[in-house]
Ligand binder design. Structure first.
Ligand code: NAI
Ligand code: OAA
Length: 313
């Protein structure tokens, strides 16, 4: 019997990448390769060794390797791309598009060469457009090119709802659709706590405030940190997606997927609820939307389209 040990490569060993590598190892989802540019090789090796040395204390046996060589990523089952620059206060995610498109493209050309059967999850911002750029550079089927935004946006939304009601986060089921920008669409009508619709528990005014705080949730952290963006919750979100795939859990979670007619959009990568399993995105779910919800989603899609259109690479 051949027992499989998974290999997960995390490209970009900065705040999000390093945190993701540690969380993957803590859950023993597989062996982890942490990869950054040659100028960062010693730092990357140092971070990987430091994490590995947490294993005896935290009782995990995942290997963690720091490297700048794509050969070490050969035949990865999953590749997570966090490479690129992060925004600072006063910037929007879209300001990163030109720099990060070049980085994501070069990373994907290497991944295509060394791990042609991998499932690729993209975090680098602006993430809807970067997932599109990755899809073009990889040439993989759409089921194997997935962007992360919805797990994080939903986690923020759920956090604020749980705080408002003083209940366990475990019982909150929020839903966020659309692009990873300030006009994302938290869907109040599809959000519940212990099965109870939130609009029967929270006033309309407070719900509006929670929705607005969710939309600018990334910016709230950017302003507090002063010199970078969120990484603990983004890393946890990536790990949830990797786990759904590696354990073939068939989870229904929001991810950035290529839309080919769904919700009325074509040739657009944007956040929608999807079934995530061993084959990557196995199905996209189309929810019925009211005219108001559809108008909000159209606005978000328009923002994603305009930043995707500036891709020059
Ligand atoms: N989609 C989402 O929900 C989120 C996206 N992000 C995005 O993730 C990206 C990374 O954020 P952080 O880790 O905080 O930034 P960071 O600056 O801490 O780390 C980025 C790392 O990428 C590396 N890098 C740059 N070019 C590379 C290349 N060609 N190959 C390999 N590695 C390369 C850098 O050396 C650096 O170590 C940013 O674009 C940020 O905006 C961050 C949080 C959430
Ligand atoms: O806000 C940022 O720039 C990073 C990010 O995407 C998030 O934390 O949602």
């Amino acid at each position: 019997m051949a027992i499989k040990r998974y290999k997960i490569t995390v490209v970009g060993a900065g705040f999000t990448g390093a945190t993701t590598a540690l969380m993957l190892a803590q859950k023993e989802l597989g062996d982890v390769v942490l990869l950054d540019i040659p100028q960062m090789e010693n730092t990357t090796k140092g971070k990987a060794l430091d994490m590995l040395e947490a294993g005896p204390v935290q009782k995990f046996d995942s290997q963690i390797t720091g490297t700048s060589s794509y050969e070490d990523a050969a035949d990865s089952d999953i590749v997570i791309i966090t490479a690129g620059i992060a925004r600072k206060p006063g910037m929007s995610r879209d300001d990163l598009v030109n720099t990060n498109a070049g980085i994501v493209k070069s990373v994907c050309e290497n991944i295509k060469r060394v791990a042609p059967d991998s499932i690729v999850i993209i975090l680098s911002n602006p993430v809807d457009a970067m997932t599109y750029a990755a899809f073009n550079a990889l040439g993989f089927p759409k089921s194997r090119v997935i962007g992360q935004s919805g797990v994080l946006d939903t986690a923020r939304y759920n956090t604020f709802i749980a705080q408002e009601l003083k209940v366990s986060v475990e019982d909150v089921r929020g839903f966020v659709l659309g692009g990873h920008g300030d006009d994302m669409v938290p869907l109040v009508r599809y959000s519940s706590v212990g099965g109870i619709p939130i609009d029967t528990l929270i006033s309309a005014e407070r719900i509006d405030e929670i929705v607005q705080r969710t939309r600018v949730g990334g910016g709230e952290i950017v302003n507090l940190l002063g010199n970078g963006s969120a990484y603990y919750a983004p890393a946890a979100s990536l790990v949830q997606m990797a786990e759904a795939i590696l354990k073939d859990k068939k989870r229904i979670i929001p991810v950035i997927a290529l839309l080919e007619g769904e919700y009325g959009y074509d040739n657009l990568f944007m956040g929608v609820p999807a079934l995530l399993g061993a084959n990557g995105i196995e199905k996209i779910f189309e929810l019925e939307l009211t005219a108001e919800e559809k108008a909000a989603l159209d606005k978000s899609a328009e923002s994603v389209r305009s930043v995707t259109a500036v891709l020059t690479v």
